[in-house]
Write a protein that binds this ligand. Structure first.
Ligand SMILES: NC(=O)c1ccc[n+]([C@@H]2O[C@H](COP(=O)([O-])OP(=O)(O)OC[C@H]3O[C@@H](n4cnc5c(N)ncnc54)[C@H](OP(=O)(O)O)[C@@H]3O)[C@@H](O)[C@H]2O)c1
Length: 290
C-alpha cells in the first residue's frame, strides 16, 4: 500500500510517500481502508519528537512508529480474532496509535465506533483526537453543567472548536471563546455567546468570573487565572507553553497546580484517555447529544 512515512524526527520535510507492506488485523484489531484522517498537534509532537521526553517512549534516535496519523475514518476490510460487533464493510471512525496517513490502517477495535448516519469520512477523520480531548476536558474534568459560565482559551483550533460546541450541548449558559480576529465569526457560529479577540483584548483584563476555564493555550499566570475564577470554579489545563526543551509544558502545569492550591478553585490537568476507552465515551456522548 502507499503510505506517508517518517523515518526520522523533524519538520514536514522528513515525511515521504512510500510503498510499504499492508498491515494485518491482529487479534482484537480491525483493518480499515482509510477514507479520512487529519493532522493534530499530537501528530506534530510525535513527528518532531518534541519535547524531547516524547522520544523516551517513541524512540530515542528514530521514531519507532513509521506511519503518522492518529485519527482514522474508513470502512472495515478485515476483522481480527476476538473482535465482536464489527463486520467487513462497516463504516467506522476513531483513534489509532498511528498509521492513519496510509491506504489501510490496523486499529484496535475498542478504539473505534460506527460512523453515525450523515457524517462524512472526512469530517469523522478529523474528530477523534481533538473531539475526545474537548469532551473529556469539559465533561469529565470540567464537570460542565447547565447554567455554567465557561471560558475557552484557544477556541479556534482543533480542540477549542469542539470545546465550544460541547459546552453548548452540556448546557453552559455563557460560553466565552478566545481567538484571533479571523476566527471570531466561526466561534459565534459554533455556539459562543461572547467572543474575545485576543489581538485586541486580554481575557484576564475583562472583569468577569467563570465557573469553568478550559485552557488550551496555558499562556497566563496563576494570579491572572485566579482573578477570573468564580468561587469553587474548575480550571482545566489542556496544554502550556513549550518553554522547556525536554519537559515541554509540564513545569508550567506543575507551577499552576501548586499556585492554584491557594484558591478554592480546583485544578485539572489531563492527558486524553487512550483509545481503549474511546468507544465507550463516544457511545455515551452520542446518545446524550442526540
Ligand atoms: N491534554 C491532552 O490530552 C491534549 C490532547 C490534544 C491536544 N493537546 C494540546 O492542546 C494544544 C492545542 O491543540 P489543537 O489541536 O487545538 O491545536 P491547533 O489546532 O493548532 O489550535 C491552536 C489554536 O491556538 C490559538 N491561539 C494561538 N495563540 C493564541 C492566543 N494567544 N490566545 C488564544 N488562542 C490562541 C489559535 O487560534 P487563532 O487561529 O484564532 O489564533 C489556534 O487555532 C496543543 O498544545 C496540544 O498539544 C493536549
Amino acid at each position: 500500500m502507499m503510505a506517508v512515512t517518517s523515518r526520522r524526527y523533524g519538520g514536514p520535510d522528513v515525511l515521504a510517500i512510500e510503498t510499504v507492506p499492508t498491515p494485518q488485523a491482529a487479534e482484537g484489531q480491525l483493518l480499515v481502508r482509510v477514507l479520512g484522517s487529519s493532522a493534530n498537534a499530537l501528530d506534530w509532537r510525535l513527528l518532531s519528537g518534541t519535547p524531547l521526553m516524547v522520544r523516551l517512549m517513541m524512540g530515542l534516535r528514530t521514531p519507532k512508529r513509521l506511519i503518522p496519523g492518529a485519527d482514522v475514518a474508513g470502512t472495515v476490510v478485515a476483522v481480527g480474532d476476538a473482535v465482536t460487533g464489527f463486520r467487513v464493510g462497516d463504516a467506522v471512525f476513531g483513534e489509532s496509535a498511528g498509521g492513519g496517513f496510509a491506504q489501510f490502517a490496523a486499529i484496535d477495535a475498542h478504539g473505534v465506533v460506527p460512523l453515525p448516519d450523515g457524517v462524512s469520512f472526512v469530517a469523522a477523520g478529523a474528530t477523534a483526537v481533538s473531539g475526545l480531548t474537548a469532551l473529556q476536558g469539559l465533561r469529565t474534568h470540567g464537570g460542565v453543567k447547565p447554567g455554567d459560565r465557561v471560558l475557552i482559551n484557544g477556541a479556534a483550533g482543533g480542540v477549542g472548536s469542539f470545546a465550544v460546541q460541547i459546552a453548548r450541548i452540556l448546557g453552559a449558559s455563557e460560553i466565552t471563546a478566545v481567538c484571533s480576529t479571523s476566527n471570531v465569526d466561526q466561534a459565534r457560529a459554533l455556539g459562543a455567546t461572547r467572543v474575545i479577540d485576543y489581538t485586541r483584548e486580554d481575557f484576564v483584563a475583562v472583569s468577569d468570573e467563570y465557573d469553568v476555564i478550559f485552557d488550551v493555550m496555558g499562556n497566563r499566570t496563576a494570579d491572572q487565572i485566579r482573578s477570573i475564577l468564580a468561587p469553587g470554579a474548575r480550571y482545566v489545563a489542556v496544554s502550556g507553553p513549550m518553554k522547556n526543551r525536554f519537559l515541554g509544558p509540564f513545569p508550567h502545569l506543575l507551577a499552576m497546580r501548586f499556585a492554584l492550591r491557594r484558591s478554592d478553585a480546583s485544578f485539572h490537568q489531563f492527558t486524553a484517555a487512550p483509545p481503549s476507552t474511546t468507544s465507550t465515551i463516544w457511545r455515551r456522548f452520542s446518545l446524550r447529544a442526540s
